[in-house]
Design a protein. Structure first.
Length: 346
């Protein structure tokens, strides 16, 4: 299948049936089957029926653009501490696959005074976010938007439990380890969420005429990677031909923004839970357009102390062998972030 046909085949999931208490079981099951197909085949899909109005998403993007248009000295007032992760980072400070990413960003995390868990916390992830003073309305608007994103992600995770055909939940207060269709929701009730505002100036060197010639790609707006946690809700401006998703065939698919839809991808923890039944797909950004690209991804992560291991039902479906070991999410996140900023991005 060529790239144009693949682009048109990238699934669109309408989540409205899982928000509507009056929707039928048939409607929800249809949505769940579509989610299973999308997560199995692509690991990416467009999400509609999420309930967040376009006036909100447009303002989220415009506020990010206003921030990145500020003088460098103003942006650096909230610069990331050398031993921390929250705040502004300039061009090239983030590293992926031993190469500096050509973007600037503001990294925001769930604010915590202490991180509880069975192992000592990584102190650099504690604390509060250094919110920008300008634009003045950014913090309040983003705080509200984060709450909306969390509702969408929690609802989507519930639908994903149904999509896996896990046993229906019978106890809302069941332990986190209970493997029913609420297992993802239960393990993200205190999601250690992450949100980034990212600004991408156009890369200077054009690609060679041979589309996809890897030798022609000498620098990246964001190097190839998979996402760490449960779900990513990507909100991006209309710039095309920037986000590229690796296909099973080894090539890449441009995933362009669609008005009114989020681009959603599943993360490493969902792949681990499903024992590889669903794939956390590697992707990258190569922005060579004319304008300055802005995106605001929201990463819905498990609880800091969530213990993630392959679900028994998924192991059985995969032949009885667990492909992944048990991991505490906080340990997984710490290792990934440390690599991004201190160890060359391996």
């Amino acid at each position: 299948m060529d790239a144009e046909k693949l682009a048109s085949a990238l699934p669109t999931i309408d989540l409205s049936s899982f928000f509507d208490p009056n929707s039928s079981r048939k409607e929800r099951e249809s949505t769940a089957r579509a989610i299973d197909s999308a997560c199995t085949e692509f690991g990416f899909f467009y999400l509609t029926g999420h309930g967040i109005p376009s006036t909100t998403t447009e303002r989220v993007l415009s506020l990010a653009r206003e921030f990145f248009s500020l003088p460098k000295a103003e942006k650096e007032k909230i610069a990331r501490a050398k031993d921390g992760f929250r705040g502004y980072q300039g061009l090239g400070e983030n590293v992926t696959l031993n190469a500096r990413d050509m973007h600037e960003a503001v990294d925001l995390y769930r604010e915590v005074s202490t991180i509880n868990g069975p192992r000592p916390p990584f102190e650099a992830l504690q604390g509060i976010n250094p919110w920008p003073k300008e634009p003045k309305e950014l913090k309040a608007f983003y705080d509200s938007y984060i709450q909306e994103c969390m509702k969408v992600c929690s609802t989507l995770l519930g639908a994903m439990g149904v999509a896996l055909d896990l046993n229906p939940t019978s106890n809302a207060d069941a332990p986190a380890s209970t493997e029913d269709d609420d297992v993802f929701v239960r393990n993200s009730t205190n999601s250690f969420w992450i949100m980034r505002m990212i600004g991408y100036p156009p890369l200077a060197k054009p690609l060679s005429p041979e589309n996809g010639n890897e030798e022609s790609v000498k620098e990246f707006s964001c190097g190839e990677h998979s996402d760490y946690g449960c779900l990513t809700l990507l909100l991006a401006d209309p710039t095309k031909n920037a986000l590229q998703v690796r296909l099973k065939s080894g090539g890449y698919l441009n995933v362009d923004p669609v008005p009114g839809a989020f681009v959603v991808n599943i993360g490493d923890m969902v792949e681990r839970w499903t024992n590889g039944q669903w794939h956390s797909v590697r992707h990258r950004v190569i922005h060579r357009g004319e304008g300055y690209r802005v995106s605001v991804p929201f990463f819905y992560e498990p609880n800091w102390d969530a213990v993630v291991k392959p679900l028994k039902m998924c192991v059985e479906r995969g032949g009885g062998v667990a492909k992944y070991e048990e991991v505490m999410y906080g340990d997984h996140l710490m290792g990934k972030l440390h690599n991004n900023f201190y160890s060359g991005g391996n």
